[in-house]
Write a protein that binds this ligand. Sequence first.
Ligand code: HEC
Length: 107
Amino acid sequence: MSDLENHFGDDASLDEEDRSDILAFLVRNSAEKSTQESSVKILASIKNKDIIAITDTIFWKQSHKQIPKDVFNHNEVKSSANCKACHSDIEKGLIQDDKIKNISDFM
Ligand code: HEC
């Protein structure tokens, strides 16, 4: 949030009011403040490492290691970062087991 001009190769800069509103939201809803099972597990697996992608955490890698690589390249998935392709309630901040799509749909 402190260098949005260089955001993974994009210029994502915002006016100061929007930037500070989003920063406050992120801090308020960070894994450190969450009691969600997945937040606690992801945070614990980061330890003191400097990881900026959730898909680079040990917990994420272990949770998804059974999924064949081709599934992440499927036309409707495209990338491991496209959580919504498989976790249909993730935009509500939820990762419920009964809302995980059947990956055989992507094979
Ligand atoms: C190709 C489909 C797919 C994509 C894309 C995907 N997931 Fe998953 N995810 C799964 C499946 C399937 C499981 C269940 C694995 C199991 O139980 O063996 C899972 C499990 C999880 C779990 C563990 C849930 C639990 O109860 O232990 C978390 C957390 C999670 N995913 C988060 C994410 C996040 C965050 C993203 C995006 C960065 C993501 N996933 C992308 C399919 C996917």
